[in-house]
Design a binder for this molecule. Structure first.
Ligand SMILES: Nc1ncnc2c1ncn2[C@@H]1O[C@H](COP(=O)(O)OP(=O)(O)OP(=O)(O)O)[C@@H](O)[C@H]1O
Ligand SMILES: [Mg+2]
Length: 112
């Protein structure tokens, strides 16, 4: 199993959620986060003064899936989250050792 962690633009969350649901993936976790990539945030003007907003609001989407679904999850998130502008986000993939559904005791892919 893999944990796919995507940091995306907040206004793309609905599209990403809908696209993942279409794949038949049921579970996911969302967190509101702040961060920056290689531009280190962006410089914005406010009342004529320039402020460096160095931690921009993003949404972190976490999905655990079987190894065989990892690539379609990545492609789906990319398609739904992309605008083509800087700051579209990033996807990280981590291995998951075990997964358990608390109610039933189902394990690993049966628990997803
Ligand atoms: N190396 C990293 N480690 C952890 N989080 C990161 C990293 N790079 C980006 N992020 C997270 O992803 C968010 C979006 O990053 P962003 O899309 O700006 O990446 P980028 O590398 O600067 O690409 P781009 O040039 O398209 O903007 C950041 O706000 C941050 O939360
Ligand atoms: Mg960036």
């Amino acid at each position: 199993m893999k944990l796919v962690v995507a940091i995306i633009r907040p206004h793309k969350l609905q599209e990403v959620k809908d696209a993942l649901a279409e794949l038949g993936l049921t579970g996911l976790t969302i967190t509101e986060v702040r961060g920056h990539g290689r531009q280190r945030g962006q410089v914005e003007k406010y009342r004529g003064l320039e402020y460096t907003i160095d931690l921009l609001p993003k949404v972190k989407v976490e999905v655990v899936c079987g190894d065989h679904r990892k690539d379609e999850v990545i492609e789906t998130i990319m398609r739904a989250a992309r605008t083509g502008e800087i700051g579209d986000g990033k996807i990280f993939v981590l291995p998951i050792e075990e997964s358990i559904r608390v109610r039933t005791g189902d394990r690993d892919e049966d628990s997803l």
